[in-house]
Design a protein around this ligand. Structure first.
Ligand code: NDP
Length: 316
């Protein structure tokens, strides 16, 4: 194991819209940010196709290209963006914060901004993986538009699935909602909304057996788990809305997390319960989860960190 210890003023963990935006602001504030990109440089946007809802791109932009541009901007302004995975941390009130990268490299940081995001849960079918980005999506708000006036299916029964089914019902001709139990998990209000939307058909006790299609989604084969009956439903889009998992495991011993693992930040800020550690983006947001909101909170985190560091310097 290497014994090299590097000191940095601002360490940013993660490289989605939150991480790169934090880097842009931190670099311009002369905090010399070091960004570790993590296992999926660019984050969840690198597995989507067109992004049409990020302001400033009137013709839309491909997710991976947009993340390349975010990165270029951060690097041009002086951020040190590195490939590497933060594998463990040791946080203390007020710091300095100890961070280990790739199990070997040791970093001591005055401030840390966590932007590790969340990962969509998937059903685990090979066809789901094969057709991901070609009809299969985990984000109706991102991709629903591409299926306007066609029939789609969405799997899930929580608030997200209901919200996304309602969203899709306004764009698509028909939405089949595949619910594995005989009841929803979502709040009564959301259930009510779904059940009262004429072009949403809820299929209870229904599991996905296979997503069908060679190059794009053409149909879904579903199974009634009470009768065992198999049925094929022609659809062009297949949405998975069975929850997200925030990428926060390594922070658990130090940070306050909610019961689903999202990092709790103080109201109207990106402050965590550890002074000097901030959090932005999907690792702390289970409600909005958009590139633009993640970027906004990345900006907030850099401003919070900068002000916190300045106050500390002024006091010392
Ligand atoms: P949830 O964990 O609440 O729901 C996940 C849903 O997916 C459940 O209905 C579950 O089924 C289903 N599911 C899980 N695995 C599978 C599978 N393999 N096959 C089929 N179905 C599966 O996640 P959400 O993303 O919906 O919500 C996360 C949190 O965010 C919740 O607390 C929710 O209330 C909140 N939220 C609030 C919103 C709001 O207030 N506007 C909007 C969106 C989310 P089962 O029920 O059978 O376990």
């Amino acid at each position: 194991m290497s014994t090299e210890i590097e000191k940095v003023e601002c360490l940013i963990i993660g490289s989605g819209p939150a991480g790169y935006t934090a880097a842009i602001y931190a670099a311009r504030a002369d905090m010399k940010p070091v960004v570790y990109e993590g296992l999926q440089p660019g984050g969840q946007l690198t597995i989507t196709t067109d992004v049409e809802n990020y302001p400033g791109y009137p013709n839309g932009i491909m997710g991976p290209e947009m993340m390349e541009l975010f990165k270029k901007q951060a690097v041009r302004l002086g951020a040190d963006v590195r490939f590497g995975m933060v594998t463990s941390v040791e946080f203390t009130q007020g710091g300095p914060q100890k961070v280990t990268v790739d199990d070997t490299k040791q970093i001591v940081a005055d401030s840390v901004i966590i932007c590790t995001g969340a990962s969509a849960k998937w059903l685990g079918l090979p066809s789901e993986q094969r057709l991901n980005g070609s009809g299969v999506s985990a984000c109706a708000v991102c991709d629903g538009f591409f299926y306007r006036n066609t029939d789609v299916a969405i799997v899930g029964a929580g608030d997200t699935a209901c919200e996304e089914a309602s969203y899709l019902s306004k764009i698509c001709s028909k939405v089949y909602m595949l619910v594995r139990r005989s009841e929803f998990r979502a709040s009564k209000a959301m259930q009510h909304r779904v059940m009262n939307t004429p072009n949403i058909e809820v299929l209870f006790n229904t599991e996905t057996d296979e997503i069908l299609g060679d190059m794009t989604v053409e149909a879904v084969r579903v199974k009634n788990n009470v009768t065992g009956e198999l049925r094929e439903i022609p659809v062009n889009g297949f949405f998975v809305a069975i929850g997200h998992t925030p990428n926060t495991d390594i922070f658990k011993p130090y940070l306050q997390l909610d019961d689903q693992g999202y990092i709790i930040t103080k109201p109207d800020s990106t402050y965590t319960n550890i002074e000097g550690v901030f959090c932005a983006g999907d690792a702390q947001d289970k409600v909005y989860r958009q590139a633009v909101t993640a970027a906004g909170s990345g900006c907030m985190a850099a401003l919070d960190a900068e002000r916190w560091l300045s106050a500390r310097h002024a006091a010392s």
